[in-house]
Every structure is written in structure tokens, then in C-alpha cells.
Write a protein that binds this ligand. Structure first.
Ligand code: BEZ
Length: 224
């Protein structure tokens, strides 16, 4: 039996787990920061090694955004410790500065619906897919993405989404296709025409469309 599927906006469940850094209580480990929890099928596998290396290299970027990374893989903490030496070597980094949960019994994978029925271990047991959960400082789920084991994640894209989540939670904008930090934003459809000037003193450009409706309103990215 798997756990209940989580929706955006749900309270992310707390859990206790073993990691290569010792036992943790997830909420206590998060403190008042955001977290990104990302899962892996198994230790000592090629795509996972590239992903954990990339996140290790991006630690300064996650720090800038107040986001703590934590990985999960379906092997023991002792196995993780051995694998981390390979990851450091591949990433060309002297240290590895975030925990990897030891989910060798797949308990958390089951609870968080991360098992991929089509991806089996040598023993025929389902492995975890590449799940990504972004949890905010109020412990709410803000983003969830599932990738198959055969497709490595793009962590620049995940940072981009975190930027959008953190911007749009305080400003009355949404970010358009392929937006990047500093790019133009769309005024939220809920903003009334009479409030536009007050909210966006730098100006708003309305794109004309055949429908004649004025919903494509573009503005510079609001400042902090
Ligand atoms: C990998 O990390 O390379 C991998 C793991 C499980 C299945 C397929 C690829």
C-alpha cells in the first residue's frame, strides 16, 4: 500500500530517517528553511552519480535561495558513505555537504509515492523514480516532479522554478514560458486594471490579441 498522493499546497509529512550524517527528523533538519528532497533508484549508478554531483556543485545557489537539499537512495547509510567518495571524485569537490537518506527498506519511498513499478532492482523489487519535492519554510509542498530512472534531472530548471516560486509568492506576477531570473513577468489576471499603475509603477505593456481581451500584460520583474 502506498501513501496518499501529495498535492501542491499540502502539508509535507514529517518523517524520521537514517542518513550518512546520522538520524534526522525532517522538520527539525529543515529548521526555518525551504528544502528540496530528491530521490534516486540506487547507489553506485551512473545517472544518479551525475545528479548528486551537480547538486553538490550547486550548493552555493541553493544557499542563496535559503533551500537545503536532501537526497534519498534505496541503500544503507554505509553504502552511501562509500558512494559519496565516488561522487566527490566525479564532481571534483573536496567535500559533500548535504545528507542522503538511507531508505534501504523503501519505507519512505512507499510513504511518499516514489516507487516506480517498472524499474526493478536485481532482486525484482521496485526502485524509486527520480522524484523532486520542494517544501517551503511553512512545510508546504510547493513543487513536485517525477522523472523516470532513465532521465537525469535538470537542476538549473529546478533552481529556476524555485526563483519563480519565491518571486510570485510576494508579487502580483506570474512567470511566463522560459522565464529566467530578471526577465519580464506577466501581471496576474486577478489584478484589476485600476490597480495596475499603483502595483507596477515601472509600467505595463498590454499585448493586443484577436480576441480583444486585455489579459497579456507584461511588466519588468518587480524588485525585492
Ligand atoms: C542510473 O542512475 O544510471 C540508473 C539507475 C537505475 C536505472 C537506470 C539508470
Amino acid at each position: 500500500m502506498s501513501g496518499k498522493a501529495l498535492n501542491i499546497g499540502d502539508q509535507f509529512p514529517n518523517f524520521q530517517a537514517q542518513t550518512n550524517e546520522g538520524n534526522i527528523d525532517f522538520y527539525e533538519w529543515m529548521t526555518d528553511k525551504w528544502a528540496i528532497l530528491f530521490s534516486h533508484p540506487a547507489d553506485f549508478t551512473p545517472v544518479c552519480t551525475t545528479e548528486l554531483s551537480r547538486v553538490a556543485q550547486l550548493i552555493p545557489e541553493f544557499n542563496k535561495r535559503g533551500v537545503k537539499p536532501i537526497a534519498l537512495s534505496c541503500d544503507t547509510a554505509e553504502s552511501h558513505k562509500g558512494w559519496i567518495e565516488d561522487i566527490k571524485s566525479y564532481a571534483k569537490l573536496p567535500s559533500f555537504d548535504y545528507p542522503i537518506i538511507a531508505d534501504n527498506k523503501r519505507e519512505l519511498a512507499l510513504k511518499l509515492n516514489m516507487l516506480d513499478k517498472d524499474e526493478l532492482s536485481a532482486e525484482g523489487i521496485p526502485l524509486t523514480c527520480r522524484a523532486v519535492f520542494v517544501v517551503d519554510d511553512k512545510k508546504k509542498l510547493r513543487l513536485s516532479i517525477l522523472y523516470p530512472a532513465t532521465t537525469g534531472r535538470n537542476f538549473d530548471e529546478i533552481l529556476r522554478v524555485i526563483d519563480s516560486l519565491q518571486l510570485t509568492q510576494t508579487k502580483s506576477v506570474a512567470t511566463p514560458a522560459d522565464w529566467k531570473q530578471g526577465g519580464q513577468c506577466m501581471v496576474l489576471p486577478t489584478v484589476k486594471a485600476e490597480d495596475v499603475l499603483k502595483l507596477f509603477p515601472e509600467g505595463v505593456q498590454t499585448i493586443e490579441v484577436p480576441s480583444g481581451k486585455s489579459y497579456l500584460r507584461i511588466t519588468a520583474q518587480p524588485k525585492d
